[in-house]
Design a protein around this ligand. Structure first.
Ligand code: NDP
Length: 479
């Protein structure tokens, strides 16, 4: 064997990752794809990469030096299982199979266990940054064993994006930890995009700004605390004119948002773990609502009397900026809560500060903001919620009045702002002295004898609702 690393699956992601690997000092990259034509095309187009191309999986495996290390970049699901099996049949104990696709972390946990039982290392890794990132430096989130990380770490560090001199890769945790945090990363991405979209919609439809003015607003926001890849590309998308009609491209794009499912996974797992990721949830639901043309058409025909946009304050643009920032803090706080809960459930030791560090470059949610999260966990690793970190608490408090004004104006004008409003509701729920959960406990006790606790003494209680309505102490209900 002569290659220290191999890539299986040479569609856009695999090709770009292979080229990235080949461009780094010391790497010789073996490449293999089920359909050989794709391999030939890559090798022909990129002679500078010095790829070792194999037509068969046997040759590919024979080309790798030990411990053999192969990164799989194929269609997630059945394709991944098929390739894993082909490699596993040929690999020997100590060799490393890496899955860089968008796998479900439950699959990664299963695959890691099965391969470990066969003496093989399996590393499921999140790779964010799209095709561009794969080629020039992605943010990389590997799971798997510490042993595999020893071999793989230096290779991944060499191809990762760099933020403030540090490569955007860290050993996130064992087995499925990498794919779990990649899932949450994508969920946060959904929330961030939804919040930006709400800001745009409010400024345009209530604030009366033109698309041209909005380009300048987003460019301006990108010089402050909101500086991020998503804000930057928002300005670029808004600035784009449609060649055919001459109108802003955004006005000719059908307003039905698609998705590939990682947002849904995030919310499903959050529901199971009991973590309120309402920002991500609203973002997933907002895309779903947008993609219901029949219902939207029926409602538009039925609701004829829409509210008139109210007068907005002169400070509206800055108010919306403050609402966006505060809502974004909430969305990230919730996402990090989900990672804490996942780590506890699945037994991962995840360093939240290290995670925030590797999201500072290479990935879709890269942002100046992430530095603040790094600082927050450096100061207090066991933060109850990001919202109580002094910097974030201040940032939210200073924008709080504006945030409330914007949510009020959105409600009064009939422009939906589910992200902004649910984020504010979450903030107010955590901040409340008392929640109406007390009433819910009363209702549950009434119809289901589910019992309740009291504020003034220990124990579990039940009111005899259908009898004389006296209260009895009970043993805790299991319902
Ligand atoms: P695709 O998801 O389109 O998958 C195509 C590749 O999978 C081809 O190489 C194809 O081989 C191979 N393949 C499919 N089924 C099999 C099989 N049964 N056996 C062997 N090979 C198979 O490629 P992408 O490059 O778009 O994505 C690769 C992975 O990266 C996916 O898991 C995707 O989810 C993830 N991804 C991640 C992104 C990110 O930003 N992190 C962005 C885009 C993708 P053949 O040529 O023979 O058909």
């Amino acid at each position: 064997g002569r290659a220290n690393i191999g890539v299986v699956g040479l569609a856009v992601m695999g090709s770009n990752l292979a080229r990235n690997l080949a461009s780094r000092e010391g790497n010789t990259v073996a490449v293999y794809n089920r359909t050989y034509a794709r391999t030939e095309e890559l090798v022909t187009e990129h002679p500078e990469a010095g790829f070792l191309a194999s037509e068969t999986i046997d040759d590919f495996v024979a080309t790798l030096t030990k411990p053999r290390t192969a990164i799989i970049m194929v269609q997630a699901g059945k394709g991944t299982d098929a390739v894993i099996e082909q490699l596993a049949e040929r690999f020997e104990p100590g060799d490393i199979i890496v899955d860089g696709g968008n796998a479900n972390f439950n699959d990664t946990i299963r695959r890691e266990r099965e391969l470990r039982e066969r003496g093989l290392n399996f590393v499921g890794t999140g790779i964010s940054g799209g095709e561009e990132g794969a080629l020039n430096g992605p943010s990389i989130m590997p799971g798997g064993s510490a042993e595999a990380w020893e071999t793989l770490g230096p290779i991944l560090k060499s191809i990762a994006a760099v933020a403030e001199g540090e490569p955007c890769v860290t050993h996130v945790g064992t087995d499925g930890a990498g794919h779990f945090v990649k899932m949450v990363h994508n969920g946060i991405e959904y929330a961030d995009m939804q919040l930006i979209a709400e800001a745009y919609d409010l400024l345009r439809r209530v604030g009366g700004l033109s698309v041209e003015q909005l380009v300048d607003v987003f460019k301006d926001w990108n010089t402050g605390d909101l500086e991020s890849y998503l804000i930057e590309i928002t300005a670029e998308v808004l600035a784009q004119k449609d060649a055919e009609t001459g109108s802003p491209l955004v006005d000719v794009i059908l307003d039905e948002a698609g998705s590939k499912g990682t947002g849904v996974w995030t919310v499903q797992n959050a529901l199971g773990l009991g973590i309120p990721v309402s920002g991500i949830g609203e973002a997933v639901f907002a895309r779903a609502v947008s993609s219901k043309p029949a219902q939207r058409g029926a409602m538009r025909a039925s609701v004829t009397n829409r509210p008139k946009p109210p007068e907005v304050p002169d400070t509206f643009v800055d108010d919306v900026r403050a609402a966006l920032y505060a809502s974004k803090v909430v969305a990230y706080a919730q996402g990090f809560d989900l990672i804490v809960a996942g780590a506890k459930e699945y037994g991962w030791d995840i360093d939240l500060g290290a995670l925030a560090k590797i999201w500072r470059a290479g990935c879709i949610i890269r942002a100046r903001f992430l530095n603040r999260i790094v600082d927050a966990y450096a100061t207090e690793p066991d933060l109850e919620t990001l919202l109580v970190d002094p910097y974030f608490a201040d940032a939210v408090a200073s924008g709080e009045e504006a945030w409330r004004r914007v949510v009020g104006i959105a409600a009064a004008s009939g422009v939906p702002a589910p992200g902004f409003s649910s984020a504010l509701a979450y903030f107010d729920s955590l901040a409340a002295d008392r929640l109406p959960a007390a009433l819910i406990q009363g209702q549950r006790d009434f119809f289901g004898a589910h019992t309740y606790k009291r504020v003034d003494k220990d124990g579990t209680f039940h009111t005899l609702w259908s009898d004389d309505r006296s209260e009895i102490a009970t043993t805790p209900s299991t319902h």
